[in-house]
Design a protein around this ligand. Structure first.
Ligand code: CO
Length: 161
């Protein structure tokens, strides 16, 4: 595994639609492992492949306490409720905003073993998954933010999704 470089906030890959992963090849497995390592290194709550310059539909999520989740070609099947919380992004350092997200989602994806799985997520986990899937559409949290935080409001507590 290796820590990879995050592309800069200006990189056009962050605005591209990522492509579906049709075959889980060895390089895709390595990519997912590297995404996990990179996310943990930067203490992010999640990471999407485009953030490493790779426009493919893969995301990873940090569940805390060393637990992580890999989702290939994730799709949100159902969503309900709305919660507004402060969000940030590893690709946009130094900015935070209040972003509305669905409170509950059902997501379907492939795991690294090429098995389809479905999961329910709520609260923060649902938020992270929605944020990362947005990255696969070239959407950044600033596009959805109702309000950006003032510099005085931005303290070290900001989480990096
Ligand atoms: Co992000």
């Amino acid at each position: 595994m290796a820590i990879r470089k995050l592309v800069s906030s200006e990189h056009e890959v962050l605005r591209e639609k990522a492509s579906v992963i049709k075959t889980i090849t060895r390089p895709i497995i390595v990519l997912l492992d590297d995404m996990v390592e990179t996310m943990c290194y930067y203490e992010g709550l999640g990471l999407a492949a485009p953030q490493l310059g790779i426009p493919r539909r893969a995301i990873v999520v940090n569940l805390g306490e060393g637990e992580t989740l890999k989702l290939i070609n994730p799709e949100i099947l159902e969503s309900d409720g709305e919660v507004v919380e402060v969000e940030g992004c590893l690709s946009l350092p130094g900015v935070l905003g209040e972003v509305p997200r669905a409170e509950n989602i059902v997501v379907e994806a492939l795991n690294g073993n090429n098995n389809t799985f479905k999961m329910n997520a709520t609260g923060l986990l649902a938020r992270i998954i929605q944020h990362e899937i947005d990255h696969l559409q070239g959407v950044l949290f600033v596009d959805r933010a109702r309000r950006m935080l003032d510099p005085e409001e931005i303290e070290a507590k900001g989480e990096n999704i």
